[in-house]
Write a protein that binds this ligand. Structure first.
Ligand code: NAP
Length: 276
């Protein structure tokens, strides 16, 4: 069994990105928009802004009050869409109650949608004409690549079908020539399907859901979940302690996919800047 160290790969990729942008003599700009005062969102935004500093991305922070109207949010996004110094726009979700996130997100042009959440970017991914791809699944692909794991011809099983994680993950694996099965809460015989997986990706949001009996000997196991376990500690969707020795590669939580997500946000912002 080998651990895939997301923290180390993220640090390496951030350093490479910084160097690449310096060489290109481009300062990428990322606008981070936070509406309201959700404490978790405030932490995420702070971490994203810190990562910008590390990579040499100029961050522009916008904070609107909980009472902001739909028009105020959309007017701000429209202004950022037109600003040539801003290559990426991130609208931190969830928005306060009463605001329509889908309508607000639609104001972000696809070429500045560095989260890769827009219908256009998801459609391009489906057509295997990827431009900006959702950060977490993209980070997983970089982790596989870093270990020389080629999905071609492999049975890949993704548990979870969210538009932001599970679905784009499945599309990326399919585009990389894996044979992909997507599972969800209505899937029958889940354990049996998982046992066929050469690459098993868990994006569920349930602590230690993937147990030893669900994993094939020698499988690559990628754990996207971030949960708080019964002991109060952060844990993934995989029962790491009991599963790890059965795998060929496994990602830990914390220190696995998590650090790659923000790094991919930086990667997407740099890509957008290079193309803009
Ligand atoms: P989500 O929108 O809640 O989706 C969860 C998915 O899991 C759904 O498709 C759901 O099926 C499926 N599911 C739930 N219970 C199940 C069960 N008993 N059996 C099989 N499938 C089940 O969550 P998400 O946004 O995709 O996030 C998933 C996890 O990844 C969360 O823990 C989240 O915190 C984490 N995450 C981590 C990162 C990172 O940087 N590492 C980034 C994003 C998310 P249905 O569609 O049928 O409801």
């Amino acid at each position: 069994m080998k651990l895939i160290d997301g923290k180390a790969l993220a640090a390496k990729m951030r350093a490479e990105l910084k160097e690449k942008m310096q060489k290109a003599n481009i300062t990428p700009g990322l606008a981070v928009v936070l509406v309201g005062n959700d404490p978790a969102s405030q932490i995420y935004v702070r971490n994203k802004i810190r990562a910008c500093g590390e990579v040499g991305v100029r961050s522009y922070s916008y904070e609107l009050p909980e009472t902001a109207t739909q028009k105020e949010v959309e007017d701000l996004l429209d202004g950022l869409a037109k600003n040539p110094e801003i290559h990426g726009i991130l609208l931190q979700l969830p928005l306060p109650k009463g605001l329509d996130a889908e309508s607000a997100m639609a104001r972000i042009p696809a070429d500045k949608d560095v989260d890769g959440f827009s219908a256009e970017n998801l459609g391009l991914l489906t057509l295997h004409k990827e431009k900006l791809v959702s950060c977490t699944p993209l980070g997983v692909m970089k982790m596989l690549e870093s270990e020389g794991i080629d999905p071609t011809g492999k049975q890949a099983v993704v548990i979870g079908r969210s538009d932001t994680v599970g679905k784009p993950m499945a599309m990326l694996l399919l585009n990389a020539n894996a044979t992909v099965t997507v599972c969800h809460s209505k899937t029958k015989n889940l354990a049996e399907i998982c046992r066929n997986a050469d690459i098993l990706v868990a994006a569920i949001g349930r602590p230690k859901f993937v147990t030893r009996d669900m994993v094939k000997e020698g499988a690559v196991v990628v754990d996207i979940g971030i949960n708080r376990g019964a002991d109060g500690k952060i844990c993934g969707d995989v029962d790491f302690e009991n599963v790890a020795d059965k795998t060929s590669y496994i990602t830990p939580v914390p220190g696995g996919v998590g650090p790659m997500t923000i790094t991919m946000l930086m990667y997407n912002t740099c890509e957008a800047a290079l193309k803009g």
